[in-house]
Design a protein around this ligand. Structure first.
Ligand code: GN1
Ligand code: MG
Length: 384
Protein backbone atom coordinates (compact mmCIF):
# COMPACT_ATOMS: atom_id res chain seq x y z
CA UNK A 1 0.00 0.00 0.00
CA UNK A 2 1.41 3.39 -1.01
CA UNK A 3 1.33 6.33 1.36
CA UNK A 4 -1.39 7.98 -0.76
CA UNK A 5 -3.74 5.02 -0.32
CA UNK A 6 -4.14 5.81 3.34
CA UNK A 7 -5.85 9.09 2.48
CA UNK A 8 -8.50 10.10 0.00
CA UNK A 9 -6.08 12.28 -1.86
CA UNK A 10 -8.31 12.83 -4.91
CA UNK A 11 -10.99 14.22 -2.71
CA UNK A 12 -8.54 16.39 -0.79
CA UNK A 13 -7.25 17.89 -4.05
CA UNK A 14 -10.77 18.92 -5.00
CA UNK A 15 -11.03 21.04 -1.85
CA UNK A 16 -8.47 23.55 -3.15
CA UNK A 17 -8.66 26.26 -5.79
CA UNK A 18 -6.72 24.38 -8.44
CA UNK A 19 -9.41 24.44 -11.15
CA UNK A 20 -11.36 21.41 -12.23
CA UNK A 21 -8.82 19.57 -14.38
CA UNK A 22 -8.45 15.88 -13.86
CA UNK A 23 -5.56 15.62 -11.43
CA UNK A 24 -3.31 12.74 -10.54
CA UNK A 25 -0.75 12.57 -7.74
CA UNK A 26 2.29 10.73 -6.47
CA UNK A 27 4.47 10.82 -3.33
CA UNK A 28 7.25 13.38 -3.56
CA UNK A 29 10.47 14.43 -1.83
CA UNK A 30 12.43 13.13 1.15
CA UNK A 31 11.09 15.06 4.15
CA UNK A 32 11.26 13.44 7.59
CA UNK A 33 8.09 15.00 9.00
CA UNK A 34 5.23 15.85 6.59
CA UNK A 35 3.71 13.74 3.78
CA UNK A 36 4.20 15.37 0.40
CA UNK A 37 2.47 14.67 -2.93
CA UNK A 38 3.09 16.07 -6.36
CA UNK A 39 -0.26 16.87 -7.95
CA UNK A 40 -0.35 17.13 -11.76
CA UNK A 41 -3.01 17.38 -14.40
CA UNK A 42 -3.65 14.35 -16.57
CA UNK A 43 -4.25 16.17 -19.86
CA UNK A 44 -0.62 17.05 -20.38
CA UNK A 45 2.19 14.52 -20.28
CA UNK A 46 4.65 14.81 -17.44
CA UNK A 47 7.38 15.66 -19.94
CA UNK A 48 5.46 18.75 -20.93
CA UNK A 49 6.97 21.05 -18.30
CA UNK A 50 5.69 24.24 -19.85
CA UNK A 51 2.01 23.42 -19.93
CA UNK A 52 1.43 20.84 -17.25
CA UNK A 53 -0.21 22.19 -14.14
CA UNK A 54 1.61 21.06 -11.04
CA UNK A 55 1.13 21.67 -7.34
CA UNK A 56 2.47 20.33 -4.10
CA UNK A 57 0.01 18.94 -1.62
CA UNK A 58 1.15 18.27 1.93
CA UNK A 59 -0.31 16.70 4.98
CA UNK A 60 1.12 18.72 7.82
CA UNK A 61 2.29 16.64 10.74
CA UNK A 62 0.29 18.27 13.51
CA UNK A 63 1.90 16.18 16.22
CA UNK A 64 5.05 18.14 15.39
CA UNK A 65 3.41 21.41 14.39
CA UNK A 66 0.82 21.92 17.11
CA UNK A 67 -0.46 25.24 15.80
CA UNK A 68 -1.15 24.68 12.11
CA UNK A 69 -3.21 27.83 11.90
CA UNK A 70 -0.28 29.90 13.20
CA UNK A 71 2.12 28.07 10.91
CA UNK A 72 0.02 28.82 7.83
CA UNK A 73 -0.36 32.46 8.82
CA UNK A 74 3.43 32.67 9.11
CA UNK A 75 3.82 31.07 5.71
CA UNK A 76 1.29 33.43 4.20
CA UNK A 77 3.03 36.46 5.65
CA UNK A 78 6.43 35.30 4.48
CA UNK A 79 5.42 34.30 0.95
CA UNK A 80 3.43 37.52 0.48
CA UNK A 81 6.39 39.57 1.65
CA UNK A 82 8.79 37.70 -0.60
CA UNK A 83 6.47 38.26 -3.55
CA UNK A 84 6.23 41.98 -2.93
CA UNK A 85 9.98 42.37 -2.33
CA UNK A 86 10.83 40.39 -5.44
CA UNK A 87 8.32 42.44 -7.41
CA UNK A 88 10.37 45.57 -6.65
CA UNK A 89 13.59 44.27 -8.09
CA UNK A 90 14.80 43.23 -11.51
CA UNK A 91 16.04 39.96 -10.12
CA UNK A 92 13.63 37.76 -11.96
CA UNK A 93 15.70 34.66 -11.31
CA UNK A 94 14.50 34.36 -7.76
CA UNK A 95 10.96 33.45 -6.82
CA UNK A 96 8.77 32.11 -4.03
CA UNK A 97 6.10 29.46 -3.68
CA UNK A 98 2.53 30.67 -3.20
CA UNK A 99 -0.20 29.16 -1.10
CA UNK A 100 -3.24 27.90 -3.00
CA UNK A 101 -6.18 28.43 -0.66
CA UNK A 102 -9.10 26.09 -0.16
CA UNK A 103 -12.50 26.94 -1.67
CA UNK A 104 -13.53 28.64 1.55
CA UNK A 105 -10.37 30.82 1.25
CA UNK A 106 -8.75 29.19 4.24
CA UNK A 107 -5.02 28.59 3.98
CA UNK A 108 -5.45 24.86 4.69
CA UNK A 109 -8.08 22.15 4.70
CA UNK A 110 -8.93 20.07 7.74
CA UNK A 111 -10.34 16.67 6.76
CA UNK A 112 -12.84 14.71 8.81
CA UNK A 113 -10.09 12.51 10.30
CA UNK A 114 -8.33 15.57 11.70
CA UNK A 115 -5.56 15.78 9.09
CA UNK A 116 -4.37 19.21 8.03
CA UNK A 117 -3.65 19.70 4.31
CA UNK A 118 -2.16 22.55 2.33
CA UNK A 119 -1.60 23.17 -1.34
CA UNK A 120 1.14 25.28 -2.86
CA UNK A 121 2.49 26.14 -6.28
CA UNK A 122 5.17 23.93 -7.79
CA UNK A 123 8.07 25.87 -9.30
CA UNK A 124 8.59 24.64 -12.88
CA UNK A 125 11.98 23.57 -14.23
CA UNK A 126 13.36 23.23 -10.73
CA UNK A 127 15.14 20.45 -8.95
CA UNK A 128 16.73 19.65 -5.57
CA UNK A 129 19.66 17.53 -4.49
CA UNK A 130 20.47 15.97 -1.12
CA UNK A 131 24.19 16.46 -1.62
CA UNK A 132 26.37 19.18 -3.12
CA UNK A 133 28.62 18.13 -5.99
CA UNK A 134 30.14 21.43 -7.12
CA UNK A 135 31.31 24.75 -5.70
CA UNK A 136 28.76 26.46 -7.88
CA UNK A 137 25.96 24.60 -6.13
CA UNK A 138 27.38 25.48 -2.73
CA UNK A 139 27.63 29.15 -3.73
CA UNK A 140 24.06 29.14 -5.07
CA UNK A 141 22.75 27.66 -1.83
CA UNK A 142 24.55 30.37 0.14
CA UNK A 143 23.14 33.00 -2.15
CA UNK A 144 19.60 31.58 -1.77
CA UNK A 145 19.55 31.51 2.02
CA UNK A 146 21.35 34.85 2.23
CA UNK A 147 18.86 36.43 -0.16
CA UNK A 148 16.00 34.93 1.81
CA UNK A 149 17.40 36.53 4.97
CA UNK A 150 17.83 39.87 3.29
CA UNK A 151 14.35 39.97 1.77
CA UNK A 152 12.70 39.25 5.12
CA UNK A 153 14.84 41.72 7.03
CA UNK A 154 12.09 44.26 7.62
CA UNK A 155 9.37 41.97 8.90
CA UNK A 156 8.62 42.60 12.55
CA UNK A 157 9.88 39.44 14.27
CA UNK A 158 6.96 39.54 16.66
CA UNK A 159 4.48 39.14 13.83
CA UNK A 160 5.57 35.52 13.37
CA UNK A 161 4.58 32.71 15.70
CA UNK A 162 7.09 30.23 17.00
CA UNK A 163 5.88 27.14 15.12
CA UNK A 164 8.00 24.81 17.25
CA UNK A 165 8.99 26.38 20.55
CA UNK A 166 12.63 25.81 21.60
CA UNK A 167 13.43 24.25 18.23
CA UNK A 168 17.18 24.91 18.35
CA UNK A 169 17.43 25.45 22.10
CA UNK A 170 20.41 23.30 23.18
CA UNK A 171 19.40 23.18 26.84
CA UNK A 172 15.97 21.92 25.90
CA UNK A 173 17.45 19.31 23.54
CA UNK A 174 19.77 18.09 26.30
CA UNK A 175 16.83 17.86 28.73
CA UNK A 176 14.98 15.68 26.25
CA UNK A 177 18.09 13.59 25.71
CA UNK A 178 18.56 13.10 29.45
CA UNK A 179 14.90 12.15 29.87
CA UNK A 180 15.23 9.61 27.05
CA UNK A 181 18.34 8.17 28.71
CA UNK A 182 16.55 7.88 32.03
CA UNK A 183 13.57 6.15 30.51
CA UNK A 184 15.50 4.00 28.06
CA UNK A 185 12.09 3.08 26.65
CA UNK A 186 13.29 0.45 24.19
CA UNK A 187 16.46 -0.71 25.99
CA UNK A 188 18.88 0.76 23.47
CA UNK A 189 20.98 2.78 25.92
CA UNK A 190 23.62 0.13 26.50
CA UNK A 191 24.31 -0.11 22.78
CA UNK A 192 25.04 3.61 22.32
CA UNK A 193 27.50 4.32 25.14
CA UNK A 194 30.04 5.82 22.75
CA UNK A 195 27.54 8.24 21.27
CA UNK A 196 26.29 9.24 24.72
CA UNK A 197 29.83 10.09 25.83
CA UNK A 198 30.44 12.03 22.63
CA UNK A 199 27.37 14.15 23.32
CA UNK A 200 28.08 14.77 27.00
CA UNK A 201 31.68 15.78 26.31
CA UNK A 202 30.40 18.67 24.20
CA UNK A 203 27.44 19.75 26.29
CA UNK A 204 29.12 22.75 27.86
CA UNK A 205 30.51 24.39 24.75
CA UNK A 206 27.25 23.82 22.94
CA UNK A 207 25.12 25.25 25.73
CA UNK A 208 27.48 28.22 25.91
CA UNK A 209 26.50 29.31 22.44
CA UNK A 210 22.85 29.02 23.34
CA UNK A 211 23.46 31.21 26.42
CA UNK A 212 24.14 34.10 24.05
CA UNK A 213 20.77 33.56 22.41
CA UNK A 214 19.03 33.27 25.76
CA UNK A 215 20.64 36.42 27.04
CA UNK A 216 19.72 38.25 23.83
CA UNK A 217 23.31 39.08 23.00
CA UNK A 218 22.57 38.35 19.39
CA UNK A 219 19.81 39.85 17.20
CA UNK A 220 16.59 37.90 16.86
CA UNK A 221 15.71 37.78 13.18
CA UNK A 222 13.26 35.93 10.99
CA UNK A 223 15.11 32.75 10.13
CA UNK A 224 14.25 29.66 8.12
CA UNK A 225 15.55 27.11 10.63
CA UNK A 226 15.67 24.11 8.29
CA UNK A 227 18.23 25.22 5.73
CA UNK A 228 19.31 21.91 4.30
CA UNK A 229 20.63 21.91 0.77
CA UNK A 230 17.55 20.10 -0.51
CA UNK A 231 15.41 23.02 0.62
CA UNK A 232 16.90 25.14 -2.17
CA UNK A 233 15.36 24.83 -5.63
CA UNK A 234 17.89 25.03 -8.44
CA UNK A 235 16.95 25.82 -12.02
CA UNK A 236 17.31 22.61 -14.07
CA UNK A 237 18.95 24.43 -16.96
CA UNK A 238 20.90 27.38 -15.52
CA UNK A 239 21.70 25.59 -12.21
CA UNK A 240 21.04 28.84 -10.39
CA UNK A 241 19.20 28.93 -7.08
CA UNK A 242 15.67 30.14 -7.72
CA UNK A 243 13.70 29.54 -4.54
CA UNK A 244 13.85 28.55 -0.89
CA UNK A 245 11.23 26.00 0.14
CA UNK A 246 9.95 24.23 3.28
CA UNK A 247 8.77 27.29 5.17
CA UNK A 248 7.22 25.44 8.13
CA UNK A 249 9.84 26.54 10.59
CA UNK A 250 10.29 30.13 9.43
CA UNK A 251 10.04 31.97 12.74
CA UNK A 252 12.07 34.17 15.08
CA UNK A 253 15.59 32.76 15.44
CA UNK A 254 19.24 33.69 15.08
CA UNK A 255 21.51 33.75 12.05
CA UNK A 256 23.61 30.89 13.41
CA UNK A 257 20.72 28.47 12.99
CA UNK A 258 20.48 29.08 9.27
CA UNK A 259 24.15 29.32 8.46
CA UNK A 260 25.01 26.34 10.64
CA UNK A 261 22.26 24.03 9.45
CA UNK A 262 23.14 24.77 5.83
CA UNK A 263 26.78 23.96 6.36
CA UNK A 264 25.74 20.65 7.93
CA UNK A 265 24.52 19.42 4.56
CA UNK A 266 26.62 21.57 2.22
CA UNK A 267 30.07 20.42 3.33
CA UNK A 268 29.23 16.79 4.05
CA UNK A 269 30.85 14.48 1.49
CA UNK A 270 28.38 11.71 2.39
CA UNK A 271 24.68 11.26 3.17
CA UNK A 272 22.97 12.37 6.36
CA UNK A 273 22.62 8.72 7.42
CA UNK A 274 25.86 7.36 5.91
CA UNK A 275 26.83 4.01 7.46
CA UNK A 276 30.45 4.07 6.34
CA UNK A 277 31.78 6.80 8.61
CA UNK A 278 35.08 6.88 6.73
CA UNK A 279 33.25 8.54 3.86
CA UNK A 280 32.23 11.52 5.97
CA UNK A 281 34.48 14.49 5.48
CA UNK A 282 34.25 18.27 5.37
CA UNK A 283 34.69 19.71 1.90
CA UNK A 284 36.35 23.00 2.74
CA UNK A 285 35.92 24.36 -0.79
CA UNK A 286 32.17 23.92 -0.49
CA UNK A 287 32.34 25.67 2.86
CA UNK A 288 34.08 28.62 1.27
CA UNK A 289 31.74 28.79 -1.71
CA UNK A 290 28.63 28.69 0.50
CA UNK A 291 30.08 31.35 2.79
CA UNK A 292 30.76 33.59 -0.20
CA UNK A 293 27.21 33.27 -1.48
CA UNK A 294 25.73 33.80 1.97
CA UNK A 295 27.86 36.76 3.03
CA UNK A 296 27.54 38.45 -0.35
CA UNK A 297 23.89 38.97 0.62
CA UNK A 298 24.09 39.37 4.38
CA UNK A 299 27.51 40.71 5.40
CA UNK A 300 26.22 44.25 5.89
CA UNK A 301 23.45 43.08 8.22
CA UNK A 302 25.60 41.17 10.65
CA UNK A 303 26.96 42.16 14.04
CA UNK A 304 30.48 41.30 15.15
CA UNK A 305 29.26 38.59 17.50
CA UNK A 306 27.18 36.99 14.75
CA UNK A 307 30.19 36.86 12.45
CA UNK A 308 32.53 35.57 15.14
CA UNK A 309 30.41 32.50 15.84
CA UNK A 310 29.35 31.67 12.30
CA UNK A 311 31.97 28.96 11.84
CA UNK A 312 31.14 27.42 15.23
CA UNK A 313 27.43 27.50 14.39
CA UNK A 314 28.12 24.74 11.85
CA UNK A 315 29.19 22.47 14.67
CA UNK A 316 26.31 23.60 16.86
CA UNK A 317 23.70 22.74 14.27
CA UNK A 318 25.31 19.48 13.17
CA UNK A 319 25.61 18.46 16.80
CA UNK A 320 22.02 19.37 17.69
CA UNK A 321 20.75 17.21 14.80
CA UNK A 322 22.92 14.32 15.98
CA UNK A 323 21.58 14.75 19.50
CA UNK A 324 17.98 14.80 18.27
CA UNK A 325 18.49 11.68 16.15
CA UNK A 326 20.10 9.91 19.10
CA UNK A 327 17.28 10.99 21.41
CA UNK A 328 14.73 9.66 18.95
CA UNK A 329 16.63 6.38 18.66
CA UNK A 330 16.61 6.03 22.45
CA UNK A 331 12.90 6.81 22.52
CA UNK A 332 12.00 4.15 19.95
CA UNK A 333 11.83 6.26 16.76
CA UNK A 334 8.76 8.26 17.61
CA UNK A 335 9.58 11.54 15.85
CA UNK A 336 11.43 11.13 12.55
CA UNK A 337 10.24 8.94 9.73
CA UNK A 338 12.57 5.96 9.44
CA UNK A 339 12.99 3.38 6.70
CA UNK A 340 14.64 0.74 8.87
CA UNK A 341 15.35 -0.14 12.49
CA UNK A 342 18.68 1.59 12.97
CA UNK A 343 18.31 4.60 10.72
CA UNK A 344 18.15 7.14 13.54
CA UNK A 345 21.30 5.68 15.05
CA UNK A 346 23.05 5.85 11.69
CA UNK A 347 21.95 9.44 11.34
CA UNK A 348 23.23 10.29 14.83
CA UNK A 349 26.57 8.58 14.22
CA UNK A 350 27.00 10.28 10.87
CA UNK A 351 26.22 13.71 12.31
CA UNK A 352 28.62 13.19 15.21
CA UNK A 353 31.32 12.07 12.82
CA UNK A 354 30.77 15.26 10.85
CA UNK A 355 31.07 17.28 14.07
CA UNK A 356 34.48 15.66 14.69
CA UNK A 357 35.59 16.51 11.18
CA UNK A 358 34.49 20.10 11.68
CA UNK A 359 36.44 20.26 14.92
CA UNK A 360 39.56 19.34 12.97
CA UNK A 361 38.94 22.06 10.43
CA UNK A 362 37.68 24.73 12.80
CA UNK A 363 40.61 27.12 12.32
CA UNK A 364 40.34 26.94 8.57
CA UNK A 365 36.61 27.54 8.72
CA UNK A 366 37.04 30.55 10.98
CA UNK A 367 39.64 32.07 8.70
CA UNK A 368 37.42 31.65 5.68
CA UNK A 369 34.50 33.34 7.42
CA UNK A 370 36.60 36.33 8.47
CA UNK A 371 38.31 36.69 5.11
CA UNK A 372 35.02 36.53 3.25
CA UNK A 373 33.30 38.89 5.66
CA UNK A 374 36.07 41.47 5.21
CA UNK A 375 35.99 41.03 1.49
CA UNK A 376 32.36 42.15 1.36
CA UNK A 377 32.41 44.78 4.07
CA UNK A 378 35.75 46.49 3.24
CA UNK A 379 34.74 46.61 -0.39
CA UNK A 380 31.47 48.35 0.42
CA UNK A 381 33.27 51.08 2.39
CA UNK A 382 35.93 51.79 -0.22
CA UNK A 383 33.43 51.94 -3.09
CA UNK A 384 31.33 54.66 -1.48
C1 GN1 B 1 13.42 17.44 9.62
O1 GN1 B 1 11.13 17.19 7.43
P1 GN1 B 1 12.47 17.71 7.12
O2 GN1 B 1 13.31 16.64 6.52
O3 GN1 B 1 12.38 18.97 6.29
C2 GN1 B 1 13.49 18.35 10.84
C3 GN1 B 1 14.71 19.24 10.78
C4 GN1 B 1 15.96 18.41 10.60
C5 GN1 B 1 15.80 17.48 9.43
C6 GN1 B 1 16.98 16.57 9.35
C7 GN1 B 1 10.29 20.00 11.92
O4 GN1 B 1 13.19 18.21 8.47
O5 GN1 B 1 14.83 19.96 11.98
O6 GN1 B 1 17.04 19.24 10.34
O7 GN1 B 1 14.62 16.71 9.50
N1 GN1 B 1 12.28 19.16 10.91
C8 GN1 B 1 11.54 19.20 12.01
O8 GN1 B 1 17.18 16.18 8.05
O9 GN1 B 1 11.84 18.62 13.03
MG1 MG C 1 11.47 20.77 7.15
Amino acid sequence: MGIGDKFQVDEIISKFKVGDDDFDYKPFGSGHINDTFLVFDNQHGEADEATQRKYLLQRINHEVFRDVDGLMRNMNLVTTRLQSELGKSEEMDFTTVRIIPAHDDKLYYLDSWGNYWRMQTFIPNSTTYDRVTSEKQAFEAGYAFGKFQLLLENIDVNSLKETIPDFHNMEYRFKNFEAALQKDAVSRKASVEKEILFALARQEEMENLYEQVKNVKVPIRITHNDTKFNNVLLDKHTHKAICVIDLDTVMPGVIWYDFGDSIRTIVNTADEDEVDLAKIEVDINFFEAFTQGYLQETALLLTELEVNQLAFSSRYMTFIMGLRFLTDYLSGDVYYKTKHEHQNLQRARAQFKLVSQMERKSNEMEEIVLKTYHHFTDHSVSSE
